[in-house]
Design a binder for this molecule. Structure first.
Ligand SMILES: *[C@@H]1O[C@H](CO)[C@@H](O)[C@H](O)[C@H]1NC(C)=O
Length: 276
């Protein structure tokens, strides 16, 4: 009896560790094989300050260095904004890391106000289009925008953020210093906690580089995991094109309803649940 219980126990351990290994592989492969149309949306308003903006340029360059850049891989574009948005360079305008880093170093610091809502609308309408170097018709390319702001927007952000979300743009919100949590929350894609960052000052933005990069690719965890479709609903058609993005939603639903009847096993602190 004891023996049988023990062997069953070790069987479970083996299965779990196999699955965990699989997951790590999937994560590595996912980070490598998923490509993005990646647009930085940078607040260059007066409050940022010239010195800090230099840190923003450096941050962009460092972050770009972690991607597999190329015309058929990840393309990077930059939009800056203050009183209004400006395209600094389009997606794919520069085709290797060194050129993008150089372009990032010469992003203009403009001063002025902070019209974050308008800037999000601008990016949604313009920056991911084919004319702007985007690949809107390629289902393997994820649309991602990383917004960095240091303060309260002069206009409403929610309407245009909602528009961006439903256009299938995964929106990360990075707030520095006085940036409002409520506003970041309105901007960020679901799940909010995975797409929101707040740091105290511009020296700290580089500290979140790793975790931001990790969150970007975590959405492709467990690509082969099958989930019961009846337990969640797609929020809209567009988000179905973002692999794994909906998985996060499913996991959350399951972690709430699934554990009680013993139908699911939760692993680690990640919100990852697998049917047994
Ligand atoms: C939404 O974006 C558009 C395009 O940039 C802009 O004209 C409009 O003012 C924005 N709306 C809000 C509420 O900011």
């Amino acid at each position: 009896m004891v023996l049988r219980a023990m062997s069953r126990f070790s069987f479970i351990i083996i299965i779990l560790s196999l699955w965990a290994g699989d997951r790590a592989n999937a994560e590595r492969a996912g980070c490598k094989n998923v490509h993005y149309d990646l647009v930085f949306l940078l607040d260059t308003s007066y409050s940022v300050g010239k010195e800090n903006f230099e840190k923003v340029r450096q941050w962009v360059a460092n972050l770009v260095g972690t991607f597999d850049i190329g015309p058929d891989k990840t393309r990077v574009g930059v939009v800056s904004y203050s009183d209004k948005p400006y395209t600094e360079f389009n997606l794919g305008a520069y085709q290797n890391i060194e050129d993008i880093k150089q372009a990032a170093a010469s992003i203009r610091y403009r001063r002025g106000n902070t019209v974050t809502g308008e800037a999000i609308g601008y990016v949604t309408l313009n920056s991911f289009s084919q004319q702007a170097g985007g690949r809107p018709n390629d289902p393997n390319i994820q649309k991602v925008a990383i917004l960095l702001t240091d303060g309260r927007s002069q206009d409403e952000v929610l309407p245009n953020a909602t528009l961006a979300h439903s256009a299938g743009i995964r929106l990360f919100a990075v707030g520095v210093g006085d940036a409002l949590k409520e506003e970041l929350e309105e901007i960020a894609s679901e799940p909010k906690s995975a797409h929101m960052f707040h740091v105290t000052d511009f020296n700290a933005i580089d500290k979140i580089r790793g975790i931001l990069r990790q969150r970007l690719c975590q959405n492709v965890l467990c690509p082969n995991l099958k989930l019961a479709g009846s337990q969640y609903k797609l929020q809209n058609k567009v988000s179905a094109n973002i692999p794994g993005f909906d998985l996060m939603e499913q996991f959350r639903v399951k972690s709430i309803i699934g554990t009680k009847d013993g139908g699911f096993v939760r692993l680690g602190t990640m919100p990852v649940v697998q049917m047994t």
